[in-house]
Design a protein around this ligand. Structure first.
Ligand code: TYD
Ligand code: MG
Length: 448
């Protein structure tokens, strides 16, 4: 009889009947993962040639979508949940995964859909407490608190919901494998088996997965290829704003981002996030509004910088919401091409509201915020904050970025003009600084 499970190296694929700390195949440590052996292939049948079809003639049925009633979530999903699909929602603990999935099921139940909430993480009573905050529809959702995968499978088969939430993949456990719940082998087994059931029964399954800050836990990463859609919930726990973005989507674009705010009664969509962020911009020294793109949607966010003299060696460089390497680049160009020396100053840069901007189009706003902070000069005209976007090249030139028209239109909507960008007069960072600060050649305070 073949062994019940095998251990397979996730690095080289070597398999073995027992676990090794170090793979006998490639010598890597901690790469052996428990798996169930694949059934032996059925005896070969005679080969039959297939008839290829021109792509133009392939029939693509229009996807049915189940609206979750949470506009931002539906948008990120590409128009709603696709029946029979597997969606993984990843995010740090406390970010709001249970809140958003609970709210979505509540709306679906309210719309007359059959739903099921499987909680492996919290007791039914704990989930009820949350649902009470979310409103009457959330309280209609049927729940089972269970961690045994086989029991969960049987329940899904018996109840045959249209949409099922499994919270979370790390808490479920299959008795077919010996590893503990949350181990790579278990997490893969749970996700794989649920994916199969989703396809077979045409259930849309929302699978919740934790990711730690360091991405340490066996989590969403090892599942990405198994599921149809991976959503990442981001933001800082202490802050109210959260963003939801698609990292993978077989049924839609991965360019969409939803913005939410955590309130007393659940997550509230922020349909007009730009208005929020512009309204809240401080306009003091170090504050600039960035015309960013979140996928296909323009978003105005405030970038703040603080430059403070320090005797620390090396000085601190702290980036929140932008890439650290990008910050280093911007600072190097500021120093080399715009005469702003920051060698003996701590520099902090942050995108307000816990939003993350991962595009080089943020460079110019970051540079302006730092220069403004270093000089102690506000860039606002007294009424409106300064808005900017654009990439900065290594020779100090401003470079074009995607969708300038949409960014400018969004800024114009809030009366922010002129916008400093590669589309305008300024060709270089130095020229842009001169336009914003007037007299870019004054020595910076931090250097003095
Ligand atoms: P939760 O959805 O449990 O996070 P996750 O499942 O990702 O771990 O909730 C996150 C936090 O949000 C929790 O600390 C409580 C808070 N919260 C609110 O502020 N308002 C609400 O209406 C709810 C339900 C939660
Ligand atoms: Mg939770």
């Amino acid at each position: 009889m073949p062994p019940a499970t095998v251990f397979v190296c996730s690095n080289c694929g070597h398999d073995s009947a027992k676990w090794h700390g170090r793979c006998p195949g490639c010598g890597e440590w901690n790469t052996m993962v428990e798996e169930r052996p694949v059934a032996a292939p059925v005896a070969k049948r005679s080969k039959r040639a297939l008839k290829p079809v021109a792509l133009a003639e392939v029939e693509a049925p229009k996807l049915r979508r189940l609206k979750t009633g949470i506009g931002e979530l539906d948008r990120v999903l590409g128009g709603g949940l696709v029946p029979g699909s597997m969606v993984l929602i990843g995010g740090a603990p406390g970010i709001g995964k249970s809140t958003i999935t609970g709210g979505a099921l509540g709306n679906l139940a309210g719309a007359g859909r059959r739903v099921l909430y499987v909680s492996g993480e919290e007791s039914a009573a704990q989930v009820k407490l949350r649902a009470e905050r979310l409103g009457p529809d959330a309280l209609r959702v049927p729940i089972v608190a269970e961690t045994d995968l086989e029991a969960v499978e049987a329940t899904i088969e018996a109840e045959s919901p249209e949409v099922c939430v499994v919270d979370s993949v790390q808490t479920l456990h299959s008795s077919a494998l010996s590893g503990a719940a949350g181990s790579v082998g278990q997490v893969r087994e749970v996700a794989g088996r649920l994916t199969r059931i989703a396809k077979e029964r045409d259930v849309a399954i929302l699978l919740v997965g934790h990711v730690t800050k360091e991405d340490a836990l066996a989590g969403p990463r090892v599942l990405e290829h198994l599921v149809d859609c991976v959503l990442q919930f981001e933001g800082e726990r202490e802050r109210t704003y959260r963003t939801l973005r698609a990292l993978k989507n077989r049924f839609g674009s991965t360019n969409e981002t939803g913005v939410f705010e955590m309130r007393e009664n659940g997550l509230v969509e922020v349909a007009d996030a730009s208005a929020r962020f512009v309204g809240e911009a401080t306009q003091g020294p170090g504050s600039v509004v960035l015309c960013a793109m979140e996928g296909s949607r323009p978003l105005l966010v405030e970038v703040q910088a603080l430059v403070a003299p320090t005797s620390l060696e090396p000085p601190r460089r702290v980036a929140n919401g932008i890439d650290r390497n990008r910050l280093s680049l911007v600072m190097a160009v500021l120093s080399r091409h715009a005469g702003i020396q920051l060698g003996n100053a701590d520099v902090f840069v942050s995108v307000v509201g816990g939003v993350r901007v991962d595009e080089p189009g943020a460079d110019l706003a970051v540079a302006l915020a730092i220069a403004s902070a270093a000089r102690g000069v506000a860039l606002s005209d007294g009424e409106r904050p300064l808005a900017a976007f654009g990439e900065i090249g290594l020779t100090g030139e401003l470079r074009h970025v995607g969708h300038p028209d949409r960014r400018l239109a969004e800024a114009a909507k809030f009366g922010l003009s002129p916008v400093l960008s590669p589309e305008g007069e300024a060709r270089t960072l130095r020229a842009a600084l001169a336009a914003a600060l007037g007299g870019a050649d004054r020595p910076s305070r931090a250097a003095a």
